[in-house]
Design a protein around this ligand. Structure first.
Ligand code: TYD
Ligand code: MG
Length: 452
């Protein structure tokens, strides 16, 4: 009997080793290296039972290349199309990652059910009955969507050859396994092999393939980093599972920008596209409450009005507590230190809690000013006017710094009926005839004078 060939892979980054070792040289993670059985594939091809005539590609002048075949396929899901840059490109591989239960299967099934083309939804995780139950909740009337429950790639390709679908969805890449590799499903070598076969299939038949990928506990797509290099587009579906809003963004996009953002709301009947996110993310209460401030942030290219809530109270224990949801806790500590030093607020003995409403995580630095305003408002127990909003970054010396695309933020705030927007004095603003009052400030003390 031939000797079984094995090799060692880091389960975190996919680096390959000849023998076991405790730490991965590439990503420095401990205990991630595991042995996997490999076998040289005799025929690594997606076609079953026939030898494909390999096309040899020749160099072409760039002007001679036919670019028209890259027309996009609209998915009839505006937010999804927006993130992809206008639709799915034929022959492309798209990877959708996200935490368990966030709604990846729901999103792709929903898209598959809405498409008027022949779509094949392959699931290695749920039975046909379970998928049917889910489909009944979303959109029960569709007769061009086929469901296949199968995990072996050779069987999948056999079905694809007879069905000839226009779009293929695979839920999930970690459940697939190919006969050409011996290790178990979800292992690095299986993921690589199955993806290679799918890429070949996609490119040779110009059929777009969308893969669902699991993520590891630190938020990366499970499997080798190389998986993200192999596919054309990497999408990330995120949000807080206890909240209804979900954000779809592109981490990598060979056919468009990665600045676009799609927003969905999880409902009993699937995911609803949210086309006016600012209006749903801020709660328009009649009462003015202290500790609330609204920030004009920008997620990628999209302006988003976000509500920041702060609670400042006297610390019960010796060490004050600082906690932030949806905002970087280190940045919160920095802003508190700036407030203490530059504006004379004695926050050192206070508990400070910060929350971005809607379960959204923001890393736009322009939210700083709203965070500071919310903290000041709660500390003084004075409510800010509901029609104020803020967009500026705060520097370590308490200076209010300019942010990118401030005019876009101002226009969004105006559209939503805000009366005043606080921005940095150092922003170049050429807007004229705005109804909204643009309040320019240069240091944190100015804000204190204006609002408390
Ligand atoms: P699912 O798509 O199974 O998540 P993933 O594939 O990312 O693991 O989504 C599961 C959650 O979505 C589940 O907790 C129930 C909820 N859900 C709804 O709220 N409404 C719906 O119409 C559907 C289909 C699911
Ligand atoms: Mg799922």
């Amino acid at each position: 009997m031939a000797k079984v060939k094995t090799t060692f892979y880091c389960q975190n980054c996919g680096a390959q080793y000849a023998k076991w070792q405790g730490q991965c040289n590439a990503c420095k993670e401990w205990n991630t290296i595991a042995e996997e059985v490999i076998q040289k594939p005799e025929k690594n091809d997606w076609k079953v039972g026939e030898v494909s005539t390999k096309r040899v590609s020749k160099p072409l002048k760039i002007n001679e290349i036919d670019g028209t075949s890259d027309l996009r396929i609209a998915t009839y899901n505006k937010e999804f199309d927006r993130v992809l840059g206008g639709g799915i490109v034929p022959g492309s591989l798209t990877l959708l990652g996200g935490e368990p239960g966030i709604g990846k299967s729901t999103l792709l099934l929903q898209i598959a059910l809405k498409l008027p083309y022949k779509t094949l939804y392959i699931s290695g995780e749920e039975s046909q009955k379970q998928i049917k139950m889910r489909a009944e909740r979303i959109n029960p009337n569709n007769n061009s969507c086929y469901i296949l429950t199968e995990t072996k790639t050779q069987n999948i390709f056999r079905q694809i050859e007879t069905l000839e679908p226009d779009i293929v969805v695979v839920d999930s890449i970690q459940t697939l396994h190919s006969d050409y590799v011996e290790s178990s499903a979800g292992s690095i070598s299986q993921i690589k092999e199955c993806t290679t076969e799918l890429i070949k299939f996609a490119k040779e038949t110009a059929t777009p393939v969308i893969l669902i990928g699991h993520i590891t506990k630190d938020g990366h797509i499970a499997g080798p980093k190389i998986l993200e290099h192999m596919v054309d587009t990497v999408l990330q579906f995120e949000g807080d599972r206890n909240h209804v809003f979900r954000v779809l963004r592109a981490n990598k996009n060979r056919f468009g920008s990665t600045n676009e953002l799609g927003i969905y709301e999880m409902q009993g009947t699937g995911l609803r596209e949210v086309s006016n996110p600012s209006e749903v993310l801020i709660s328009r209460k009649d009462e003015e409450l202290s500790g609330n401030a609204i920030s004009a942030t920008l997620e990628g290219m999209r302006p988003l009005m976000i509500e920041v809530q702060a609670l400042v109270s006297t610390a019960v224990y010796g060490t004050p507590q600082r906690s932030a949801t949806g905002f970087n806790a280190k940045r919160l500590n920095m802003l508190l230190a700036v407030l203490e030093k530059r504006a004379g607020f004695r926050l050192g003995a206070k508990d400070v809690f910060l929350n971005i409403t809607g379960g959204i995580t923001v890393d736009d630095p322009a939210i700083d000013l709203a965070v500071v305003a919310a903290i000041l408002s709660s500390n003084e127990d004075v409510a800010l006017q509901r029609d104020f909003c803020f967009a500026a970054e705060i520097g370590l010396s308490g200076e209010v710094r300019p942010v990118q695309r401030v005019e876009q933020r101002i226009l969004e705030a105006e559209k939503l009926g805000f009366s005043t927007i606080f921005v940095s004095k150092y922003n170049k603003i050429t807007l004229s005839n705005t109804k909204i009052k643009i309040q320019l400030i240069s240091k944190i003390e100015d804000l204190v004078d204006l609002i408390v």
